[in-house]
Design a binder for this molecule. Structure first.
Ligand code: C5P
Length: 311
């Protein structure tokens, strides 16, 4: 779709999913969150969010992964639009339509992605022209991952994940994602992680040289070896079949495998497009995996694909 083919009373934003290449989790903080040192990487699985002027606020979800997404005010995209309206002093209701292709409760930040997309779309529709910093501040209030979904690419995250810093990363990476039928609750996975580490001294997390070197060199093999996720043991404890899926992917030739965020999606890094196709076929044939998706990264953050031209 181009700007010319949609009515100027709506704006459509495309937004990617994310995987954490490195997710190091510090001790639990007083506010219940954990300090993180993470490397976010946006990948080419996309949701599309369209906002249109309407008589009253509304939200609908369509597309291949619409099932299980809330359509009431608890949807993060709806909260994003309301928060932006308040910040911008806007009193113009919008209807939000989410075309969902990112797995729901899959550890790929699908809900956060929709919130980031809603911010960009509404900012455009309402003609607010907020700065990136202003949008990032609202994004951080919505969730730890939301600022990154505005930015996209590959970036370091610290604080509870909302503080972004650039990272020197070369190359395009090929991924195969093994999706699970059920979802995992992020708070439940963090709580299980705390439980598993009880009585142990947990250091403040800092980026590892292995990950930084791999990204700087653009070496997929080194990156495959460096993939790390401190939440992985907790996700596997809550969903033991994830361990079997990781084993299967490595056996079928992946360069590396890691649970994505809090899971249950498992991300496998492979050499190229052909290797991605081979691994996707093998994982599907093994019966160990319900659904697979191929993608590449890094991908751009939330960006307008259709809408009114700026005046
Ligand atoms: O920030 P967000 O709303 O996405 O976080 C969801 C939940 O994940 C939090 O309520 C918390 O339980 C957990 N979390 C955490 N530490 C972080 C990020 C998330 O404990 N850095």
């Amino acid at each position: 779709m181009t700007s010319a083919t949609v009515p100027s009373s709506s704006a459509t934003v495309r937004v990617p999913a994310k995987v954490n290449l490195e997710l190091l989790v510090g001790p639990v903080r007083e506010d219940g969150y954990h300090n993180l040192s993470t490397v976010y990487h946006a990948v080419s699985l996309f949701d599309e969010v369209t906002v249109s002027f309407a008589d009253e606020w509304g939200l609908e979800v369509c597309g291949p992964r619409a099932e299980g997404v809330p359509t009431d005010g608890s949807n993060l995209a709806a909260r994003a639009a309301q928060l932006l309206a308040r910040a911008g002093g806007v009193d113009e209701p919008v209807h939000i339509r989410i075309r969902k292709d990112i797995p729901v409760s899959g550890g790929m930040a699908g809900g956060s992605a929709d919130a980031a997309a809603a911010l960009v779309a509404c900012d455009h529709l309402w003609g607010l022209a907020m700065t990136r910093e202003e949008l990032e501040e609202i994004a951080a209030d919505l969730g730890s991952d939301v600022p990154f979904l505005l930015a996209g690419g590959t970036a370091m995250g610290s604080g509870r994940g909302e503080v972004l810093a650039p990272v020197l990363a070369r190359g395009t990476y090929h991924w195969v994602f093994a999706l699970s039928d059920g979802g995992l609750s992020t708070p439940a996975v963090y709580a299980e992680c705390d439980r598993l580490r009880e009585g142990r001294e947990v250091p403040e997390p800092t980026p590892t040289p292995a990950m930084m070197t791999a990204l700087r060199s653009g070496d997929a093999r080194a990156l495959g070896r460096a993939l790390t996720n401190d939440l992985q043991p907790a996700s596997i404890r809550l969903m033991p079949e994830l361990g079997d899926i990781l084993d299967a992917g490595m056996e079928y030739g992946a360069l590396g495998g890691v649970v994505s965020g809090s899971g249950p999606t498992v991300a496998f890094l492979v050499e190229d497009t052909e290797a991605a196709l081979d691994l996707a076929v093998s994982l599907t044939a093994s019966g160990a995996v319900q659904d697979v998706r191929r993608a590449t990264g890094p991908a751009h953050g939330a960006h307008l694909v259709a809408g009114p031209r700026p005046s």
